[in-house]
Design a binder for this molecule. Sequence first.
Ligand code: NAP
Ligand code: GDP
Length: 316
Amino acid sequence: MVNMRVLVTGGSGLVGKAIQEFVEYQPSDEETWIFLSSKDADLLDANATKKIFDEHQPTHVIHLAAMVGGLFRNLKYNADFLRNNLLINDNVLKCSKEAGVVKVVSCLSTCIFPDKTTYPIDETMVHNGPPHPSNKGYSYAKRMLDVMNQCYHDQYGLRYTSVIPTNVFGPHDNFSIEDGHVLPGLIHKAYLAKRDAVSLTVWGSGSPRRQFIYSRDLAKLIVWVLKNYSDIDPIILSVDESAEVSIKEAAEMVVKAAGFTGPVEYDTSKADGQYKKTASNAKLRKLLPDFVFTPMQQAVDETVKWFADNYDVARK
Ligand code: NAP
Ligand code: GDP
């Protein structure tokens, strides 16, 4: 593949920063990477989106930009999640087509799968029933990305695709306690609990189960998808089913990494959300059998250290 110009939307976020770190570690004369934040272009705005595509003339797009948040932000803003993500996705795919972009890799999520389902979930099941009500806006907007990919292929012959990561965490995450995902939220709470010598409160019962993927592993896999995966249908990017942990186990890893020795409490008045969304990575494993995921405790240790080292500048 020669002279790829890769435009990464959402390049300032958790996943975008990890991809930037990965590609900058192994620079190539045949690749130019452009990482966008919302300051470069508000992708809700069709004209601003067109302008940034005209400016950069990408041949490839990794589309990460989205309104993103954990369970509690989704519960509050379902309508915004739906509308903002539909608009961003429509603008990015339309401009990609008009700019002659040969490949777009967009990001779905395992939380968009049907709520009532059999396990493990796989790529064929995205549209098989309503999502969990807590994040229906986000889920339907993300599902439409897959529908758009299919339609753009049918009508224009374009090979735009999507990846389906499980819960992601790592450096540069959104560590907001109210709005962020569980691991960055717990990392922030453990930092404060240790600093202020108070108890750490985990929300919900701690029994829901999640597969967590380290952003640095996900970055390698998304770049691999961009260069090597040619289906229109999505591909799940997940650790093995055996690596699924409960929220309680995840909290214990954070406690260990932070060196927090105070009491840990569970606030069961807070929602648990989906009990589990166990995903199969069989498709990935068939194509990339030898990929080694970072052990979760190591990834949590690195993220806790990153947060402490960058406390003043981290998103929170
Ligand atoms: P993130 O850290 O919250 O970053 C979001 C990115 O989107 C930022 O770069 C942000 O720019 C950009 N953005 C948001 N609204 C925008 C707008 N109107 N115009 C332009 N840019 C905008 O998110 P992330 O966790 O990296 O997520 C990346 C992708 O992975 C998303 O598509 C998400 O749905 C998907 N995903 C995430 C997870 C997870 O657990 N985090 C799991 C599965 C899938 P600013 O920095 O300028 O605000
Ligand atoms: P989800 O995986 O899409 O449901 O979203 P989250 O990353 O927000 O994870 C939500 C799960 O973690 C629920 O079971 C919550 O009850 C639990 N949880 C425990 N403590 C926290 C916390 O501090 N923040 C968040 N967001 N969730 C928490």
